[in-house]
Write a new protein. Structure first.
Length: 292
């Protein structure tokens, strides 16, 4: 009876795997078809419709390559089947590779065919892919070696309060993205396009990269024995301070930051060294608990 149940379970698992692979195959085919339609639309239509097709091409092409990698890259299917975290790691790596390859390929082809409509379209698509490629690459580098502040708790130490980064750290890069789109699509001519390009290629990656690093790295845990902090941009740093060593603690931030519900936690230890953790949600609550 047990062997029968085991055999049935294995058969069901194999069937689910087959159906999953089949769905993944047709998803990749559908995305590839949409990419072809978007590219043809960008070449055949003019004006706003052409720009919309270029945007669709920029979004769909990396997703198609990432889907194909998830289906046929060695160990891709095994990694996806392990657990959610491993699947996310693999997917982001594949997406980063896809964006980088697509950006390089479209830029090279655009330069090779410069002056023609096809070349100009590919150049625009390649330039548009550069910031997403940089940000996904940054996420792939920093996102999965980060430690959670809860991991710093000593054995048997009780957690009194845990706070993480606030999603509103992404407000500024989202505003810059909206502004660059408004400048590019609005009636501002060449100056508007130049400002949109500067915001998209310089301002957006800088602010979004900083926000991404803070969202992943920033955290604070107040235990019954110590205060545990994680912070940093490209490299995560951690610190554990005995509660008796904390000499001063406060919240920094202007009215805009406070209105969004986040702030910078500033901690000074008994040696006069200061640690600042930016982008935290409700840091004032942690300050109140420490001061009680």
């Amino acid at each position: 009876m047990a062997e029968s149940r085991s055999g049935s379970s294995a058969t069901a698992h194999a069937e689910r795997g087959r159906l999953s692979r089949k769905r993944g195959f047709w998803l990749t085919v559908g995305l590839a078809s949409a990419v072809l339609v978007a590219l043809l639309g960008a070449l055949l239509w003019r004006g706003g419709a052409s720009l919309a097709f270029v945007v669709a091409f920029v979004v769909l092409m990396p997703l198609t390559l990432a889907s194909a990698l998830m289906q046929w890259w060695p160990l891709g299917r095994d990694a996806r089947a392990t657990c959610r975290i491993a699947w996310m790691r693999q997917a982001i790596r594949f997406l980063g590779v896809s964006l980088g390859v697509c950006a390089a390929l479209t830029l090279v082809l655009g330069v090779a065919w410069s002056g023609s409509r096809v070349g100009n379209t590919l150049l625009v698509a390649g330039v548009a892919l550069l910031p997403p490629a940089a940000l996904v690459g940054l996420l792939a580098v920093i996102g999965f070696r980060a430690r959670e502040p809860e991991d710093l708790l000593a054995k048997g130490e009780r957690c009194e309060l845990s706070i993480a980064a606030h999603w509103t750290v992404f407000v500024l890069p989202l505003l810059l993205l909206a502004l660059s789109l408004a400048l590019a699509l609005g009636p501002f001519g060449v100056p508007g396009l130049a400002m949109a390009a500067a915001l998209y290629l310089i301002g957006l990656p800088g602010t979004a990269g900083q926000a991404l690093a803070r969202f992943i790295h920033s955290g604070a845990v107040l235990g019954d024995r110590a205060l545990h902090l994680s912070y940093g941009l490209f490299w995560q740093k951690t610190a554990s301070l005995d509660r008796r060593r904390v000499q001063a603690v406060g919240v920094k931030g202007n009215a805009w930051i406070r209105a969004l519900g986040l702030g910078k936690l500033s901690v000074v230890d008994d040696r006069g060294e200061s640690i600042v953790v930016a982008g935290l949600r409700r840091p004032g609550e942690l300050v109140r608990r420490l001061q009680d």
